[in-house]
Design a protein around this ligand. Structure first.
Ligand code: SF4
Ligand code: SF4
Length: 258
């Protein structure tokens, strides 16, 4: 987060002459989830890598804007540049940032990707919505690694998502029994959030998972070969962790049973 800090705070440093940030959400809540008792993949990574899916849609949207209003200068972003995307989305009233630090709304919950168009259009801004976390602490209570160390503050270095996706070294000792079978990412704090009871399945065919992702039990994952990994996760964000990374995570979780 410290990289490009000036650009994060000031979008005109990112897109010269920009006047507005348009925040957009794209639902990834799946109709069907993995079977009970298996190693789990975060729902956002079920289908084709969202960067590609959403980038294509943003390009289309930019094209529509050119067609409708003429010459519009700007750039499209999805989790790929120094943009404070949650803060912009909250400022524009798409939801509030919950105690688990994700953006969520009363109508739709939190299983959404966030994207932005930063444009030189002068637009009338929307206003933020109020925080509806109230006295709820479900996400804090459910986080197995205590990564949400106080409301609205997450220690990324203790988050299962970081351990299973970002960390390139060996996983730290003593967390084996805390992973709750998450082998790529972690949805616990979102799954327990009461506002996610309003989540509706997405209708994006490209986010549909490979059938094996839903069908595999623990044994299937433990026996997975590189070829099968490449087939199941061919275009998925899970490729980030590579076959070796996924195997490392599975073997680590298995240690608790030994
Ligand atoms: S994603 Fe999992 S580990 Fe990370 S803060 Fe949420 S519950 Fe905790
Ligand atoms: S679980 Fe409760 S405290 Fe956490 S984000 Fe949802 S409403 Fe807020």
């Amino acid at each position: 987060m410290e990289n490009h800090f000036d650009k994060r705070l000031d979008p005109t440093k990112l897109v010269e002459g920009s006047k507005s940030v348009i925040s957009l959400l794209y639902n990834y809540f799946p109709e069907e989830t993995q079977k009970e008792g298996t190693y789990k993949v975060s729902k956002y990574a079920y289908g084709k890598d969202y960067h590609h899916v959403i980038k294509a849609k943003l390009k289309e949207m930019m094209y529509c804007l050119y067609e409708k209003i003429g010459n519009v200068e700007g750039r499209a972003f999805v989790d790929s540049a120094p943009v404070l995307e949650k803060a912009w989305a909250a400022k524009s009233g798409l939801g509030w940032i919950g105690k688990h630090s994700n953006l969520l709304s009363k109508q739709t919950g939190s299983f959404y990707f966030i994207a932005e168009l930063i444009l030189d259009l002068d637009l009338i801004p929307d206003t933020p919505v109020t925080d509806h976390c109230g006295s709820c602490t479900k996400c804090i209570d459910a986080c197995p690694t205590d990564a949400i160390y106080e409301p609205y503050k997450v220690d990324g270095s203790k988050c299962i998502s970081y351990f299973t996706i970002e960390l390139k070294d060996d996983l730290p000792k003593g967390y084996q029994d805390k992973f709750e079978d998450w082998m790529f990412g972690c949805d616990i704090c979102q799954d327990v959030c009461p506002w996610n009871r309003f989540s509706q399945p997405h209708n994006e065919p490209l986010f549909k998972p490979h059938p094996s992702l839903l069908a595999y039990d623990k044994k299937d994952w433990e026996d997975i070969t590189k070829d099968v990994f490449n087939d199941i996760f061919r275009k998925s964000a899970v490729k980030r962790t590579k076959y070796e990374g996924l195997k490392r995570n599975i073997n680590y979780i298995k240690e608790k049973d030994n």
